[in-house]
Design a protein around this ligand. Structure first.
Ligand SMILES: NC(=O)C1=CN([C@@H]2O[C@H](COP(=O)(O)OP(=O)(O)OC[C@H]3O[C@@H](n4cnc5c(N)ncnc54)[C@H](O)[C@@H]3O)[C@@H](O)[C@H]2O)C=CC1
Ligand SMILES: CC(=O)C(=O)O
Ligand SMILES: [Mg+2]
Length: 572
């Protein structure tokens, strides 16, 4: 391992920073730099006298300054770049600012703004962060991961994307590195995962995005997406290299395309510590919101009919967890009975059993052709959302389709005709892809819709009630899950651990008051994440998959959470 500028025990929240670097090298490393917050003694010991303005500033005052800079930046993308640049200068200051203004800044470093940042990656690129692995240079995988400079015990998380299904904006090629960086920032801000115990990775397997391929500024491999055996071999090489180099790390898969996401998860879930955020994280958060909403309707889960509009990675992930919950709670007696409660829709319309394009993970949700053969349809040969709503009279409508505005007034009013408290979750990100806006849903249902969205929306005043809109985003799950896994050194991520995460989140919900949100707010992310982490670590221990079961979970999880404060310094 290369000799580092500094040493620190990153497994505890507040380890002393032992700085080996001197002079300008101290200031150019975001983990050692604290700019004008260096005291006179520290400046002397680290040879930085004269290299920063003479005035001393506290972390709080530095935060005021950077917050002003943030507020004075006009566009959302500009704000994103301002925060990115701050992180590259001073990580403690970045996270201190971020955790102090989570509700205001999460939409900048995460959805929706991150979508724009990803699309503009090759234009706004400034300083590298993360590891870029090319399918054309598999021989560099091992060396590239090593070059990041972390040792076998130094890594809790590797967040990786192949960029095929970024949020709802599709194939973004090498720009997808930003989603891995963004998710890891949320891990740190929400769950106190140490910012030096994570590695963002993009698997550059080419892109089918012609806009990128024909843009001379594009920074990734210039060929179409590699699929099939070569893709699988590259994924295998990546997984095995991570396993070997960082045996304690959890591999977090993000925004992998529909054709690969479930397949990769199933291939590795039983033998590698791995987690697919879009499938499992989303399912856990949505289940918590759904159970809260079901409670408000006064009808048990077994009385509900669920339409999943956009039944891909996230949609089927949600359906699977709800199916398992039905079976566990007795809301359904058999698997078949559970499946019968769902109607899954994709680009081709309702999934029907003679559809040859259905992927393996989607097939169990297909309806029998003879059951729908007699339906009167709006368009011949296509069973669309409106047809399904008319015939099925759903009580729950979930949107993971990437199709902005798909839940039209007509569809919602038709659903509301048969369902007095319709549960409607437009979950697609970023905001432009949301299947409906909360304001419209409340207007069209006379304030009765029970809503959760994927991207943040402002509260809506309707009929004298202020409706706070739950953001049902996997950000309420994955940080706590990752912290729990790291704290107890879980060897794998089991379905039981995902269910425990969901239940822990559900336990923090109080949705009875009219207009109350179905989930805790983003402002409570640290509390939520710690609660989820404890539940996950306990479940891992109960299932016997924890290498270091926690004896005092609350204390141990709390101690492990990194706090964005300047640590003690020692010059070495
Ligand atoms: N709120 C949250 O925490 C999360 C939200 N999402 C959002 O869900 C959306 C889907 O994400 P993934 O499942 O990862 O993508 P995916 O590509 O695996 O699934 C999308 C599905 O929607 C279908 N679809 C596309 N256009 C459609 C249309 N016009 N009508 C009906 N179906 C259509 C596709 O056939 C596919 O099955 C994205 O917008 C993403 O941002 C995903 C994960 C988490
Ligand atoms: C939130 C998330 O993971 C997505 O939209 O893909
Ligand atoms: Mg995602």
């Amino acid at each position: 391992m290369p000799e580092r500028d500094y040493e620190q025990d990153t497994t505890i929240g507040a380890g002393t920073l032992r700085i080996r670097a001197r002079g300008r090298a101290v200031l150019s490393n975001p983990m050692t730099n604290r700019g004008t917050a260096f005291t006179a003694e520290q400046r002397k010991a680290l040879d930085i006298d004269g290299l920063v303005p003479t005035g001393f500033t506290t972390l709080e005052n530095q935060t005021r300054r950077v917050y002003e800079q943030f507020r004075n930046t006009g566009t959302m993308l500009g704000k994103f770049l301002t925060l990115n640049a701050l992180r590259d200068r001073n990580e403690v200051l970045f996270y201190y600012l971020l955790t102090g203004h989570l509700e205001e800044m999460l939409p900048v470093i995460y959805t929706p703004t991150i979508g724009e940042a990803i699309e503009r990656f090759s234009h706004t690129y400034n300083r590298p962060r993360g590891v870029f692995l090319s399918i054309d240079q598999p021989e560099l995988v091992e060396r590239s991961l090593l070059n990041y400079g972390l040792g076998p015990d130094d890594v809790d998380l590797v967040c990786v994307t192949d960029s095929e299904g970024i949020l709802g904006i599709g194939d973004q090629g090498i720009g997808g590195i930003q989603i891995a960086i963004g998710k890891l920032s949320v891990y740190t801000a929400a769950a106190g995962i140490h910012p030096r115990r994570v590695i963002p990775v993009v698997l550059d397997v080419g892109t089918d995005n012609l806009g990128l391929l024909s843009n001379e500024m594009y920074l990734g491999e210039r060929h179409s997406r590699v699929r099939g055996e070569r893709y699988d071999e590259f994924v295998e090489l990546f997984v095995r290299t991570v396993e070997q180099q960082f045996p304690n790390a959890m591999i977090h898969w993000e925004d992998v395309g529909t054709g690969n996401a479930h397949r990769i998860l199933n291939r590795y879930r039983d033998e590698v510590c791995t987690f697919n955020d879009d499938i499992q994280g989303t399912a856990a958060v949505v289940l918590a919101a759904l159970l809260a909403a079901v409670d408000v309707t006064g009808h048990d889960l077994d009385e509900h009919r669920i339409v999943v509009f956009g039944a891909g990675s996230a949609g089927i992930g949600i359906a699977n967890l709800v199916r398992d919950t039905m079976l566990r709670t007795g809301a359904a007696e058999t698997e078949r009975e559970a499946y019968e409660r769902f109607w899954a829709i994709g680009l081709q319309g309702l999934y029907v059993d003679d559809d040859a394009t259905l992927l393996d993970f989607q097939k169990p949700y297909a309806r029998a052709r003879e059951d729908v053969a007699g339906w009167e349809l709006e368009r011949r040969g296509h069973i669309g959302l409106m047809d399904v709503v008319r015939h099925v009279k759903p009580t729950i409508l979930i949107g993971t389709s990437t199709k902005g505005g798909a839940f039209s007034r007509e569809v919602v009013e038709e659903m509301h005709r048969h369902s007095p408290r319709p549960i409607i979750f437009p979950l697609s990100n970023p905001t432009s892809r949301a299947e409906a806006t909360p304001a419209d849903l409340l207007e069209w249902t006379d304030g009765q819709a029970l809503i959760a969205t994927g991207s943040p929306f402002a509260p809506v005043d309707h009929g004298g009630v202020r409706h706070t809109i739950a953001q049902s985003n996997n950000a309420l799950i994955f940080p706590g899950l990752g912290l729990g896994v790291a704290a107890c050194r879980a060897r794998v991520v089991t379905e039981g651990m995902i269910a425990a995460a969901s239940q822990a989140l559900a336990g923090l919900v109080n949705a009875w008051r009219p207009g109350a949100p179905l989930l805790p707010g983003i402002g409570d992310l640290r509390l939520v994440s710690a609660t989820v982490a404890i539940a996950v670590a306990q479940e891992a221990a109960a299932e016997g998959v924890a290498d270091a079961p926690l004896s005092d979970p609350i204390q141990q999880v709390y101690e492990r959470m990194w706090q964005p404060r300047y640590p003690d310094i020692e010059a070495i």
